[in-house]
Design a protein around this ligand. Structure first.
Ligand code: WTA
Length: 663
């Protein structure tokens, strides 16, 4: 890392961000009124500090266990087992127990389709739907332990399908509906999924967008899938294979609406969720049952201050990401939340859509991403100001560092200068929230996620793994196991150990740079590895590079994440064409367009580079590593930094000369 080839934390962009953050001195203490009613009180920190594992046991007791655990934690680093010997059923905890406690008529999900159609699903409805889906899965041959891929738009069936899988103990692998057939195929293959649950399509930006063709393509390329269960959402035409394809409304709807659940072992696999790492192959992050549900329900209750009888909660993420898993499905439902779920895009049919929904349903807690907040800032505050948002009382942020200006705007314009904002740092791997303020307890600092939550232990360390003093910066590590932690990478224990536990032995390496301020509060600074964060989505530079070089006209490619005012980072690619570079450059825009579409087809539209620059050379060290740091300087319009470690120091001049004025 010493030559800066792969280190993002030391990039000049991060440094610039750092000095901005150091000047952030605004403080927002909790109001007495909020503190008095808050679920979280300062003693939570003391109790967790006095007996960390005992504290987690106390949180686990908020769930229904069929068999109590014998041992709370078995830690054979880096492999953890939580609540060993205990058994429970996640679907029972998220649905049935609320009905049994007399809350069957409470709305679980207010669902809003993009075209304006709505569905209201009570906990009793959800219980029947999950039971039918669980019975259908069994009829389709899915047994405990079998993997099920879910590739759906944001329709209630997505939550129902996940809960039905959890109920019968079939780990799900949800693949974001915006991913390509290729990405879906590799995920189906890696987990040997037996069933795929999909839809004909979903609504995006005012039009039906097909999903089934990608499934057909992926299924044709893989060998494990026996059946494809298809939800009819848009009514568009679909190709049909009678041997494999079955309609949800034909198979699920006719099932009995009760289902006797089986308790599963606390460590039974609940789901696999793929995320980008530093190589081209995404990692299948494995989560299990008891610890995960404990972690997500605990954090959801305290960080969002959920009051199940009066709140209307809304997390605007897609179910295809971990935020949707933990804070749309498992955490909120375990806590008996009433929530809003919206199918579509924020600007369809108009740019006030989200605020219109928040007003109509009286949303009290909103959890969204900085990229969305910055987009709203761009669109203008008069849009949200046209709606009554006075019911809002807690706002959350996730996915990337939130810049103080966006934070302050979020609080003033959306939160009416009144609401606490919880900036929640966590990852697919952590399962649930890790570093976040507690509303009603913490004096908030715009731009900082602040403290590890009670029960969580984090540190910022230097290159040699020593904790940095207050005021210092380095790498974020997690120093003790936690219940929601990943249990491994599906099928690859070696990669698990290597990726997370070898950089600082015995400690979990998060891949994020961080800084501790004079009070010891943590400020996240972005990734320090080759993972980009585009609109809160993790995309690896290597993944995009390998998509680019799979195109016949590309000889070599280097990809960097460049700071972008709306998306946080944007993908900028430098491409050496095959054969005659001059001829390729002459093709200009056509080639660039072709390559952008190619990446979109290979990975998905979210990975489409913002910019592709056709160049004759790439800057490399003597050992042949691409110096992305220099490319990032170019992509961010900065003067190019230190080039002394380049094998050929003239390369950067050459690249700069070739750049179109726009770069
Ligand atoms: C980044 C999303 C700063 C971080 C839940 C992390 C954040 C990656 C924050 C995980 C935050 C997420 N402040 N950075 N509040 N939340 N990140 O797996 O780089 O999609 O490592 O999980 O997003 O992304 P993932």
């Amino acid at each position: 890392m010493s030559d800066g080839t792969t280190t993002r934390g030391t990039s000049s962009a991060a440094q610039a961000g750092l000095s901005n953050l150091l000047h952030e001195e605004r403080r927002f203490p909790p109001s007495a009124e909020f503190s008095a009613q808050a679920n979280g009180q300062p003693d939570l920190y003391d109790r967790a500090a006095a007996d960390r594992v005992g504290f987690w046991e106390e949180q686990a007791r908020a769930l229904h266990w069929d068999t109590p655990w014998d041992t709370a934690l078995e830690w054979d680093a880096p492999f953890a087992k939580w609540f060993v010997g205990g058994t429970l059923n996640v679907a029972y905890n998220c649905v049935d127990r609320h009905v049994e406690a007399g809350h069957g008529d409470q709305v679980a999900i207010h669902w809003i389709g993009e075209p304006g159609d709505t569905r209201t699903i009570t906990y009793a409805d959800l219980q029947r739907e999950v039971a039918k889906a669980a019975n259908a899965l069994t009829e389709l041959g899915v047994q405990k332990g079998d993997r099920v891929a879910i590739y759906l738009p944001m329709v209630p069936e997505a939550a129902v399908a996940m809960l039905a899988c959890a109920r019968i103990g079939a780990p799900h692998s949800v693949v974001f509906g915006g991913f390509s057939a290729d990405a879906l195929a590799s995920r189906i293959d890696d987990a040997s999924a037996k069933l795929v649950i999909t839809a004909d399509g979903g609504y995006r930006r005012g039009a039906p967008s097909a999903l089934k063709p990608a499934v057909d393509e992926a299924v044709a390329r893989t060998t494990s899938v026996e059946k494809v269960l298809v939800v009819r959402r848009t009514g568009q035409d679909v190709a049909w294979d009678d041997a494999k394809d079955v309609w949800w409304h034909e198979v699920v709807d006719r099932q009995p609406d009760t289902h006797a659940y089986e308790p599963h072992d606390a460590e039974h696999p609940l789901f696999i969720l793929y995320t980008s790492g530093t190589t081209a192959k995404p990692k299948g992050i494995l989560h299990t049952t008891g610890g995960y549900l404990t972690h997500v329900s605990y954090t959801h209750r305290y960080v969002f201050d959920l009051k199940p009888d009066s709140d209307v909660y809304w997390c605007s993420a897609d179910i295809g990401w971990v935020t949707g898993h933990s804070y749309i499905v498992y955490g909120p439902l375990a806590n008996r939340a009433t929530q809003v779920m919206y199918e579509g895009t924020p600007d369809t049919p108009h740019k006030g859509r989200l605020w219109e929904i928040a007003q109509e349903y009286g949303v009290t807690i909103l959890y969204t991403a900085p990229t969305l907040i910055r987009t709203m800032m761009k669109w203008g505050e008069e849009i949200p100001q046209g709606y009554d948002l006075s019911a809002l009382r807690v706002l959350g942020s996730v996915g990337e560092p939130i810049n103080p200006e966006a934070w302050v705007w979020y609080r003033r314009v959306i939160g009416g200068d009144r609401t606490p904002i919880v900036d929640t740092w966590w990852q697919t791997e952590t399962g649930g929230l890790m570093i976040s303020p507690l509303p009603g307890v913490t004096t908030l600092k715009p731009g900082s996620a602040q403290r590890p939550l009670p029960g969580i232990s984090a540190e910022v360390v230097d290159d040699s793994g020593n904790p940095v003093p207050n005021g210092g910066g380095g790498y974020l590590v997690l120093t003790e196991p936690w219940p929601g932690m990943l249990r491994g990478i599906w099928g690859d224990d070696a990669r698990y150990t290597e990726t997370y536990w070898s950089r600082f032995p015995g400690r979990y390496f998060a891949g994020d740079g961080a800084k501790k301020d004079d009070d010891g509060d943590i400020w996240l600074l972005g990734r320090v590895d080759d993972v980009m964060n585009v609109s809160g989505h993790r995309i690896s530079t290597t993944e995009v590079e390998s998509a680019l070089v799979s195109h016949p006209k590309v000889a070599e490619a280097a990809v960097v994440g460049a700071t972008d005012p709306t998306t946080g980072q944007a993908i900028v690619a430098f491409v050496i064409p095959r054969g005659d570079a001059a001829a390729a450059t002459a093709q200009g825009d056509a080639l660039v367009q072709e390559l952008r579409n190619h990446v979109s087809k290979e990975i998905g539209p979210i990975a489409k580079p913002r910019q592709i620059l056709v160049v004759a050379e790439l800057p490399k060290t003597r050992s042949g590593k691409i110096m992305r740091r220099l490319l990032r300087d170019v992509a961010e319009n900065r003067s190019v930094g230190d080039v002394t470690t380049l094998a050929d120091s003239t390369v950067m001049d050459l690249i700069s000369q070739q750049l179109p004025a726009a770069a």
